[in-house]
Ligand binder design. Structure first.
Ligand SMILES: [Zn+2]
Length: 104
């Protein structure tokens, strides 16, 4: 197949997926595969399964290991610049898993 009308330098690069860092394992992954937690402007922190809530977001893999680590190590607090404490962080992680279940 001859494509003289479309020289290589005009080919668009593959569309890049936005990437975010998981606060549990610190690995980068596509935003779409991670769960978002958001700290709203009023300071409340909640699971954001839609990814559209305004505020400071943190991302974590939807697996127990990453969720637990994010809560246990305080990485979630640091990412959100919040002081959740372990119990609150654990509750949020639970909410995230539930929210994901509803989306599936
Ligand atoms: Zn992870």
């Amino acid at each position: 197949m001859v494509r003289r009308r479309h020289p290589p330098d005009r080919v668009m690069p593959a569309r890049r997926q936005p990437e975010r860092t998981c606060v549990g394992c610190r690995a980068k992954d596509r935003k779409a595969t991670l769960l978002r937690v958001v700290r709203r402007p009023d300071g409340t922190v909640e699971a954001d399964p839609t990814g559209r809530v305004a505020g400071r977001g943190a991302y974590v893999h939807p697996v127990a290991g990453c969720l637990e680590r994010a809560a246990r190590t305080g990485a979630l607090d640091r990412a959100l610049k919040a002081t959740l404490g372990r119990a609150e962080a654990a509750r949020l992680m639970h909410d995230l898993m539930m929210a994901r279940g509803e989306m599936a």
